[in-house]
Design a binder for this molecule. Structure first.
Ligand code: DXP
Ligand SMILES: NCC(=O)COP(=O)(O)O
Length: 265
């Protein structure tokens, strides 16, 4: 049953933190060899308070490798959120491993990072067929998407359980001091989180989040999970990964408590 914006809210719960360990593999791959090991980072993230591990197996294998995915599945105790492009090759890999969650992301070979959300509205039929087997295999299918009502409606129509809102534009505007734009982006994220929730979608968010940008997003009542990686791995150079994750976790919990009271963290 789809909900309307007048539907009474459930009590707001603790926000889950998914730690993305791709960027550990980026450092490893810069030299070749086996260190630093993203699987070791994933185990450490779990002990520092991560509720799940996110890994993006890019088609060009620029960071995470097929072997990393095999090792992660064997080693981690928390759910794996497997990010991948909507290709036959990736679908076969996901169906072999059956991770807890599969997040479908757009990929462009020449991009430096995931620049935008998936174009769902223009590719609805193909994507509906594409995610069918993943759903049947028991994976929770998430769509990495811009804060755009048209794309959210399309994600809902194709049968996704979850959307993850791309927070990159908000974070970039903050980092570059474009504060009016940042606030506009934040407002867009807030409205679209509310809209997606009203359709019955589970709402996640991530990309580019930092200690400075996480709190307002953590205070959206509809958002139940944040996926964060690049900043944490960078911060780990200065303070260690354990401390970086614990601080991020504490900021998320504090934001939730400030907005909704003690029970929300
Ligand atoms: C989809 C997403 O936001 C993450 O997977 C992130 O993109 C990983 O980092 P790269 O973009 O550097 O692959
Ligand atoms: N899906 C977003 C993600 O996993 C983390 O993105 P980032 O913090 O590495 O930019």
């Amino acid at each position: 049953m789809s909900q309307t914006s007048d539907t009474p809210r459930q009590p707001v719960g603790r926000l889950r933190l998914g730690v993305n360990i791709d960027h550990v593999a980026t450092v490893r791959n810069a030299r070749g060899g086996s260190t630093p090991d993203p699987v070791r980072a994933a185990r450490l993230a779990e002990s520092a308070g991560a509720d799940g591990i996110t890994a993006h197996l890019r088609e060009d294998r620029r960071h995470i490798s097929d072997a990393d995915i095999e090792r992660l599945i064997a080693a981690i105790e928390r759910p794996l959120n497997f990010e991948m492009a909507a290709t036959d090759e990736m679908q076969a890999i996901a169906l072999r491993h059956r991770p807890h969650a599969v997040c479908i992301v757009p990929e462009r070979r020449e991009e430096r990072t995931t620049e935008g959300g998936l174009e769902v509205a223009a590719d609805e039929n193909r994507l509906a067929h594409f995610i069918g087997p993943l759903r049947e295999a028991g994976c929770r299918v998430s769509i990495f998407i811009a804060a755009d009502a048209r794309q959210i409606e399309a994600a809902h129509r194709i049968g996704a359980a979850v959307i993850e809102l791309h927070t990159g534009a908000y974070c970039d505007a903050h980092a570059e001091g474009r504060f009016a734009e940042r606030d506009t982006e934040l407002e867009r994220l807030r409205e679209m989180a509310r809209f997606a929730h009203s359709l019955g979608l589970e709402v996640h968010a991530g990309h580019g989040l930092t200690f400075d940008t996480v709190s307002p997003v953590a205070a959206f009542p509809e958002v139940v999970e944040l996926n964060i990686g690049h900043f944490l791995v960078g911060e780990a150079i200065f303070t260690g990964l354990d401390a970086a994750i614990r601080r991020m976790r504490a900021l998320m919990d504090q934001s939730r408590r400030d907005a909704f009271g003690e029970g929300a963290a």
